[in-house]
Write a protein that binds this ligand. Structure first.
Ligand code: TYM
Length: 333
């Protein structure tokens, strides 16, 4: 029997996927698929915690699936599927809502950020982390590759899993978070104190995976820098340039030190121009594959196969949970 590690991660189909999603998460997904038994989910149930246009949401699910494949995920190696196609996620999500405490959910910084300034928010936005815990725990996951903004949710997932195991007996594997050193937190181009995000109202703040070469060049030339002219990595003193260096390093597969040497004595202008070309060269082949896949008519089949495999793997965990908690009367032997 193979002892491959189980990997699970997800992305919301709630906007255009950014370079931050790519460098923080998607690139890691691809690296893991050869060695791990990986499940990569399109978390549409999480997306509807804020209002979504139904037609656009359905398109975005297919867009994201196409992007998964375009960046290098192979549906024969990884299980690619849509969260709402596997009802076990919602079922376990409910049970875990009955395990997690209000106080724990109230402390989640993502909830606080998303709720800030809103007149009303959905209950689903508040209980979001319980569904995320269900996503992960259902598959007896060992490793969860994510960006840094998800770390707090992962810690809560472990707490929920541990509490359940203590109360009802050993049921869930407790997952570890897998964060990159660089790239775990790619910052906005217009404000290096904020993370690059698909939900930021200013499109100049982010590079999107499907941006045209011209857009990439324009956005890069407008990206904020720091006060002196030195291309040096120092996140405290020089947060903007350090962010661009991290993006450059990950995209060109060059170390930060090599880049610092390369740009010694040169100004920000050259540096940003070269970085724009690196990004154009990184994204163009992905965009070409994306267009082919998105138009191929194969995506639905791939997602259907993925959902079938996911259902098979999720079912025994859900049955065990019901048995441990004392739910239902048809699944217990
Ligand atoms: P989402 O859709 O906001 O983001 C998807 C992934 O991209 C990472 N990410 C970033 N990484 C580095 N720099 C950035 N600026 C940046 N922006 C986003 C995120 O950390 C994430 O890894 N709650 C999750 C989705 C989810 C999930 C799960 C993830 C639902 N269930 C189970 C893992 C396991 C989210 O909203 O990701």
């Amino acid at each position: 029997m193979s002892q491959r590690q189980r990997v699970f991660s997800g992305i919301q189909p709630s906007g255009q996927i950014t370079l931050g999603n790519y460098l923080g998460a998607l690139k890691q997904f691809v690296n893991l698929q050869d060695t791990a038994d990986a499940f990569y989910c399109i978390v549409d149930l999480h997306a509807i915690t804020v209002p979504q246009d139904p037609t656009l949401l359905r398109e975005r699910i297919l867009d994201l699936a196409s992007l998964y494949i375009a960046v290098g995920l192979d549906p024969n190696k990884s299980t690619l599927f849509v969260q709402s196609d596997v009802s076990a996620h919602s079922e376990l999500g409910w049970v875990l809502q009955c395990i997690v405490h209000m106080g724990e959910l109230s402390r989640m910084t993502q909830f606080k950020e998303k709720a800030e300034g809103k007149d009303s928010v959905s209950v689903g936005l508040f209980t979001y982390p319980a569904l995320m815990a269900a996503d992960i725990l259902l598959y007896q996951t060992n490793l969860v590759p994510v960006g840094e903004d998800q770390k707090q949710h992962l810690e809560l997932t472990r707490d929920i899993g541990e509490r359940f195991n203590t109360r009802f007996g050993s049921t869930f594997t407790l997952p570890e978070v897998l964060l990159l050193d660089q790239g775990a937190r790619i910052m906005s181009l217009d404000d290096p104190t904020k993370k690059m995000s698909k939900s930021n109202s200013n499109p100049q703040s982010r590079i999107e995976m499907l941006d045209s070469p011209d857009d990439i060049r324009k956005k890069m030339s407008r990206a904020v820098t720091d006060s002196d002219r030195e291309v040096r990595f120092d996140p405290k003193q020089k947060p903007a340039v350090s962010n661009l260096l991290a993006i450059y390093s990950l995209s060109a597969n060059k170390s930060i030190q090599t880049l610092e040497k390369e740009y010694q004595g040169k100004g920000y202008g050259d540096f940003k121009k070269d970085l724009a070309e690196v990004l154009v060269n990184t994204l163009q082949p992905i965009q070409k594959r994306y267009a082919e896949i998105r138009n191929s008519g194969e995506i639905q089949d791939i997602l259907k196969r993925g959902a079938n495999r996911a259902k098979e793997v999720a079912r025994p965990t859900l049955d065990l949970v019901k048995q441990q908690v004392g739910l239902g009367c048809t699944t217990h032997s």
